[in-house]
Design a protein around this ligand. Structure first.
Ligand code: SAM
Length: 229
């Protein structure tokens, strides 16, 4: 288990390239992921389902910005983040009371949370960083209350040309170093792991009903809203 966690941390460190820079990137880009559309969806799909003292889980919470946001909006909520990258744990170490971090590898999580005890789960750009998300989806099925909502937002499969549109690397220039090409193509695979239908298929097969699936950013990302059956 210890060894497995280390393998995941090493894999994530490679994917994130520079941990401290990636922490800052996640902070800087947070408002784009948790934007007006997100909060509109939250207000229609999730807020009405929350109990008086809601338990809200944020998978792959990174620096914990969403937990802080939840704490401000719902001071009585228990806002719990799951994370395992050391630089992220460090960045999330000064969260206010009411926010908690569980250090765990989402590849096979056994969270210290009772069955049917969680109101809502958010997984924002985390599932694509995993070799497989099946055990996480099953653990969410255990922890969520019946009717509880699972929000997933992530990269989905898109053509290489579209992926390269955001890259500054001169991919077809013979002078471009081989290591830089390799790094870019490894990231291409990692950001193109699942289609939106693959994510919906896995949710439907782990005890969820998909209520909504929407492509974002010209089809490069998607968001899904599912409820526990
Ligand atoms: C791209 S960041 C997104 C952070 C945050 N959810 C957000 O949207 O601002 C993905 C996060 O998931 C975490 N993560 C990825 N795989 C994980 C795993 N197997 N176990 C625990 N955390 C994981 C990473 O360390 C990273 O902090």
């Amino acid at each position: 288990m210890g060894n497995k966690l280390q393998q995941t941390q090493d894999m994530l460190a490679k994917h994130h390239r520079d941990g401290d820079v990636f922490v800052q990137l996640m902070k800087d880009t947070y408002a784009g992921r948790f934007n007006e559309d997100f909060w509109a969806l939250w207000n229609t799909r999730i807020a009405p389902m929350l109990s008086e003292l809601p338990v809200i889980l944020d998978l792959g919470t990174g620096p914990g910005t969403f937990l802080r946001d939840i704490h401000e909006r719902y001071p009585k909520a228990r806002a719990i983040g799951v994370e395992c990258a050391e630089y992220m744990l460090e960045a999330a170490s000064d969260l206010p009371e009411g926010c908690e971090i569980i250090t765990a590898d989402l590849h096979d999580p056994h969270l210290p949370l009772a069955d049917n005890s969680v109101d809502a789960v958010v997984a924002s750009v985390v599932l694509h960083e995993m070799h497989q998300p099946v055990r996480t989806l099953q653990e969410m099925q255990r922890c969520l209350k019946p009717g509880g909502i699972f929000y997933v937002m992530d990269w989905v499969r898109a053509p290489l040309a579209q992926y390269l549109a955001d890259s500054e690397l001169a991919v077809f220039d013979r002078q471009t170093p081989e290591e830089e090409l390799e790094d870019l193509f490894i990231h291409f695979i990692e950001h193109n792991r699942f289609s939106v239908d693959d994510l919906a298929f896995m949710l439907e097969n782990t005890g969820f009903r998909v209520l909504e699936k929407t492509l974002l950013k010209e089809g490069r990302m998607a968001r899904l809203v599912a409820e526990k059956k």
